[in-house]
Ligand binder design. Structure first.
Ligand code: NAP
Ligand code: G4F
Length: 327
């Protein structure tokens, strides 16, 4: 019989790739979506358009314990991938309370509902390298202490601790992936990589003059989302639940990303990029670099995309996007 998966955050970048991945593995895929998404399918479900007839979407809310209990009782999933979150770090400085509420309580409600009604289900929590924040060591491993620098990071540390505690206290199969930045043509437009590749295409087609950015000296360990969703599944399909760092082990600055993206369309980024101090964060995470040797060894996880292939994929896709949509 096919396994059943429940994905929160199914409409997002990772949710859509994970859906494709699980469908290929013959899972029955269910997703929790906000009611507004079902009312505005053409906009809010754009990443899932091509698989909508193969999955089941359920309206619900991460803010309501009762709605999560109902969903878990109705679906009885074998695996729960909890990806739903206010995921934009910069926004978490502007709306601290709802970020903490959705990200921390949403995680707690699901864990608690599983404990009461379906303790056999396997649970994945979308942890983040933002938990390392002001990094205590380089590179960061599963043992590196956390030092979050935003409410977003704090909410993810809380989710990570809740997940670990449910595993230890109630003997449930719960684990966290500590995923470093991962991007793709399906990345939201507010994140720096997509902001850059979209702007590169618009500038190339003459519909945008320049690109305003904040701290382009920030460094990240950037992978491709397609590679990273596979790691989530591997974590839920082991004998024992454990937490894993997922990263590439290579670091580039935002400036490196910009330079490469512009060069792919034969433009010099220096002519177009303007630094806007208003885009700097109150407390920045300057540098992240992951050590994913544990995942390689124990999960046999391998990434396929290099940094160059990732940037090429995103620029090419945004050139097509702007050509077709005209914006
Ligand atoms: P994303 O594209 O921003 O997707 C976030 C998802 O969460 C969307 O489906 C969104 O639904 C949903 N969501 C947000 N607020 C919600 C709420 N109040 N109730 C229900 N659903 C809500 O994020 P992503 O890049 O796919 O990331 C997936 C997860 O991994 C997130 O938890 C993120 O924090 C974490 N993470 C991401 C990265 C990365 O580099 N991408 C790295 C580490 C960890 P709507 O479509 O309705 O807004
Ligand atoms: O693309 P970003 O907004 O991603 P950030 O803050 O690293 O967070 C992403 O990765 C985390 C994993 O480490 C996830 F947990 C999280 O959900 C999200 O997916 O910013 C990347 C860097 C930052 O240092 C930022 O200050 O780019 C810098 N930056 C410079 N100019 C900018 C801009 N970021 C954005 N979004 N927009 C700019 O104009």
């Amino acid at each position: 019989m096919s396994k059943k998966a429940l994905i929160t955050g199914i409409t997002g970048q990772d949710g859509s790739y994970l859906t494709e991945f699980l469908l290929k593995k013959k899972y029955k895929v269910h997703g929790l979506v906000r009611r507004v998404a079902l009312e505005d399918k053409s906009h809010r479900l754009w990443r899932l358009r091509h698989v909508l007839n193969k999955i089941t979407l359920h309206p619900g809310s991460l803010e309501s314990y009762a709605s999560l209990v109902k969903l878990i009782q109705k679906i009885k999933p074998d695996e729960v991938y909890h990806l739903g979150a206010q995921s934009y770090v910069d926004y978490s400085f502007k709306d601290e309370f709802s970020t903490l509420n959705t990200n921390m309580n949403g995680t707690h409600y699901i864990l608690s509902a599983l404990k009461e009604f379906l303790p056999s289900a396997r649970f994945y929590f979308a942890g983040s390298s933002e938990m390392f924040g002001k990094v205590r060591e380089v590179p960061q491993t599963e043992k590196t202490p956390f030092y979050p620098r935003s409410v977003y990071g704090i909410s993810k540390v809380a989710g990570y601790d809740l997940t670990r505690n449910y595993r230890e206290a109630y003997n449930m199969y719960c684990c966290s992936g500590i995923l470093f930045n991962h991007e793709s043509p399906r990345r939201g437009f507010e994140f720096v990589t997509r902001k850059i590749t979209h702007a590169v295409a618009r500038i190339k087609f003459g519909i945008q003059k320049d690109l305003k950015l904040g701290n382009i000296d920030a460094k990240r360990d950037w992978g491709h989302a397609k590679d990273y969703v596979e790691a989530m599944w591997l974590m839920l399909n082991k004998k024992k639940p454990e937490d894993y760092v997922i990263s590439t082990g290579k670091q580039y600055s935002v400036r490196d990303f910009v330079k490469l993206a512009f060069s792919l369309v034969d433009l010099d980024y220096k002519k177009y990029v303007k630094i806007d101090k208003k885009l700097y964060r109150p407390s920045e995470v300057k540098s992240l670099l992951g050590d994913c040797r544990k995942a390689k060894r124990e999960l046999k996880w391998k990434q396929k995309y290099t940094f160059k292939k990732l940037v090429e994929d995103m620029v090419k896709s945004d050139l097509d996007f702007v050509k077709k949509q005209g914006y």
